[in-house]
Design a protein around this ligand. Structure first.
Ligand code: GRF
Length: 192
């Protein structure tokens, strides 16, 4: 019997270092393929990075994302069965959540349910963790729902913080975890 093939779409708004790690991890994978990278920012570095790997890219506008369901056609045309949010800053609209129930996965750079929610992204998260003198931080990989950072948790891992760590140190430790685990957890979710 032929193994099931999985096509991933990665949504990202920025640098795309997680997207790059995922693309590299699945390069040549027998069953998991990154087929599409979508960004809400026309000049996002993630788009040029994806193109250098010959992966199709698309830019979405706020209007098309929230006022039409055109993205569903794009995802279906590319036979996407899992959507990965890797630093994607827009809230996923209800129609997309419903069409991809438990097939949209987000990564958050802290230990949810703490340090999540609207406005808690990027540097803001690490700054808040630092201000609270937390002894640890970490990553959360979870299913996306219609609220920021609230879907069911799939995986968490912690890192130890030292009293002298700056917010930048925290960001570096957390990103290292993201880069190592995100692709591996995706692989596990797909049962491959
Ligand atoms: C990551 O920390 C991710 O958890 C967050 O945004 C950051 C994206 O970084 N949601 P990059 O664009 O993958 O480098």
């Amino acid at each position: 019997m032929e193994a099931t093939q999985h096509q991933l779409a990665i949504f990202a708004s920025g640098t795309g270092s997680n997207a790059r790690k995922i693309i590299e991890y699945f390069k040549g994978h027998p069953t998991i393929h990154v087929s599409l990278v979508i960004s809400n920012k026309p000049d996002a570095p993630v788009l040029t990075m994806a193109q250098s790997h010959r992966i199709e890219t698309q830019v979405i506008t706020r209007k098309s994302f929230y006022e039409s369901e055109a993205i569903l056609d794009t995802l279906r045309e590319n036979k996407i069965d899992l959507v990965i949010l890797a630093g994607f800053l827009w809230l996923v609209p209800g129609y997309l959540i419903r069409a991809f129930q438990r097939r949209i996965i987000n990564i958050h750079p802290a230990l949810l349910p703490r340090y999540g929610g609207k406005g808690m992204y990027g540097h803001h998260v690490h700054q808040a963790v630092w201000e609270a003198h937390e002894p640890e931080s970490g990553i959360t990989i979870h299913y996306a729902n219609e609220h920021y950072d609230e879907g069911d948790i799939i995986f968490q891992v912690k890192c130890v913080l030292e009293p002298e760590d700056t917010p930048e140190d925290i960001a570096r430790k957390v990103l290292e975890l993201e880069h190592y685990y995100f692709a591996r957890v995706i692989e596990k979710v797909l049962g491959e």
